[in-house]
Design a protein around this ligand. Sequence first.
Ligand code: G
Ligand code: G
Ligand code: MN
Ligand code: NA
Length: 253
Amino acid sequence: LRLETKLHHALQHHAFELHYQPKITVQTGKMEGMEALIRWTDDELGVVSPLQFIPFAEECGLISKIGEWVLKEAATQVKQWNDTYHLKLRVAVNISPKHLAERTFVERLKDILQEVNLDPTHLEIEITEMSMLDQNSELISKIQDIKNMGITISIDDFGTGYSSLSYLKQFPVDALKIDRSFIKNIRKEKGTAMVEAIIKIAHALNLSVVAEGVEDEQELRILKEYACEYVQGYHFSKPLNVQDFTHHIEKNL
Ligand code: G
Ligand code: G
Ligand code: MN
Ligand code: NA
């Protein structure tokens, strides 16, 4: 219960922060948007990874509150960057399956976009394969509603979940994000084949592909060869705080 109290406190006292990792269009080398990643430093615990506190927040029922904070904060920030620098960057937000499953999710999403006055095409939602294990029609129509608003939807950590490929044609998503564990092995013979296959499946279904965890030129070259559309990773930039990301924008104008 101690961690739960701390998370409540963090929400109320603005102790969470978002970092942003650029997403680059392979063809042009230009930044098309960024992924928002939550960061938390507690007075006593120090830096706590989202790998630790997000699963906990899902269990104790705080995930929707945290998710709404992330959505509003990311929307506000990208709106400010786009207005200031006359850009059309799109921010991607990670949404937990529990949060997405809330009955009021779409309603709240609309409220946030309206409050922030953000063009919905400047928002992307990343859901994991876990979100789609439960292939019910309610969830499918919910995702369709989100897409109809103009929001982009992508499948995060693709290839690491337990679900079957069959959901890909059932759910109206826009993009696949290849998990970085695949990119790590891309130089190995079977690793190359896997990445090629994933990109082919995506393209056959009219989905674009984002490769995560691209760390060097050689990985980028292989991805380019297979016509992967977007890349993210330390080769371009690690996730940056607002100040550093602003510098990154200014440097690349
Ligand atoms: O950025 P980092 O490597 O610490 O992220 C670790 C994990 O936490 C990743 O799987 C990432 O998707 C997840 N994560 C980061 N930020 C958020 C967030 O705002 N919401 C949710 N639900 N997950 C996040
Ligand atoms: O699960 P998700 O894809 O949302 O998690 C993204 C996480 O991956 C972030 O925590 C981010 O810090 C991390 N990350 C981003 N780029 C790289 C990279 O090039 N190499 C490694 N090892 N991690 C990365
Ligand atoms: Mn992600
Ligand atoms: Na991922």
